[in-house]
Ligand binder design. Structure first.
Ligand code: C5P
Length: 244
């Protein structure tokens, strides 16, 4: 059984801290003991650097460092190594960089894991959920979105990534394709009745779990809630029910 399958519902929720430093830390303190994970994306990382990962680790969270590596293999190996040395537990890489680059990311992450004495997981980004069929065609990809997602997911998993990031609507298909152990991390999650914001292809946290997601990434339904702790707890309850 993969490590993530044994975790409780709190460990299936990754809160996207798309906020500036002080607000992010303030919210993280409130969510201690509630959500198990925080996601540090480019906005927060480019503002604060590796120190913010250490600060959040000190509060007891596991960290998804979502920097979406995409460069030549030599650079990506170094990037993955440096990023993993911040203490991140999970990192993202663009599957579009192809096999050699994905393998280089694995290598860099593993080098850091050995130095740290703790494993680091990698997830491959397939087709960004902001891209549609026309956007794919504009970069020369004539395949259907679903076929391209499946190809990139298989490539990432076969090249050493631990799983993928995908829309909850792709989770069931990718669970069948990749098997029971793969990480399937799904953003675009909205509790029933919540504001959609700029997300369009959404699912509830419970539905995402039932479709085979290992983790859900939730931002504004928690970060912009009047009571973020209550919003987080409601999502965790919904996940616990789906898992039971
Ligand atoms: O606020 P919201 O719940 O929409 O935040 C979702 C988070 O997941 C954001 O940090 C966003 O960048 C990220 N994300 C996404 N869609 C993807 C990949 C990442 O919404 N395909």
């Amino acid at each position: 059984m993969a490590d993530w399958q044994t975790s409780d519902a709190r460990d299936r929720v990754i809160v996207a801290l798309d906020l500036e430093h002080d607000a992010a830390l303030d919210l993280a303190r409130k969510l201690q003991g509630h959500a198990g994970w925080m996601k540090v994306g480019m906005t927060l990382f480019y503002e604060c650097g590796p120190a913010v990962v250490a600060e959040l680790k000190e509060l007891g969270f596991r960290i998804f460092l979502d920097l979406k590596f995409h460069d030549i293999p030599h650079q990506v190996r170094g990037a993955a190594r440096s990023a993993a040395l911040t203490g991140a537990d999970l990192m993202s890489v663009h599957s579009l960089g192809a096999g050699a680059m994905l393998a280089a990311a694995r290598k860099g992450a593993d080098e850091a894991a050995q130095l740290r004495g703790a494993p680091v997981s990698l997830v491959g980004i397939t087709v960004l959920t902001s891209m549609d069929q026309d956007a794919l065609a504009s970069i020369g990809v004539g395949d259907e979105v679903a076929a391209e997602v499946d190809r990139l997911a298989s490539l990432a998993y076969g090249s050493g990534a631990n799983g993928v990031v995908c829309s909850p609507q792709e989770a069931a298909r990718l669970r069948a394709l990749l098997g029971p152990d793969a990480l399937i991390v799904t953003p675009g999650v909205r509790p029933a009745g919540a504001a959609l914001g700029d997300q369009s292809r959404v699912a509830t946290p419970g539905d995402a779990m039932r479709a085979g997601a290992s983790h859900v990434v939730v931002g504004r339904p928690i970060t912009a809630a009047a009571d973020p702790v209550a919003a987080c707890d409601a999502i965790i309850d919904e996940i616990a029910e789906a898992l039971s």
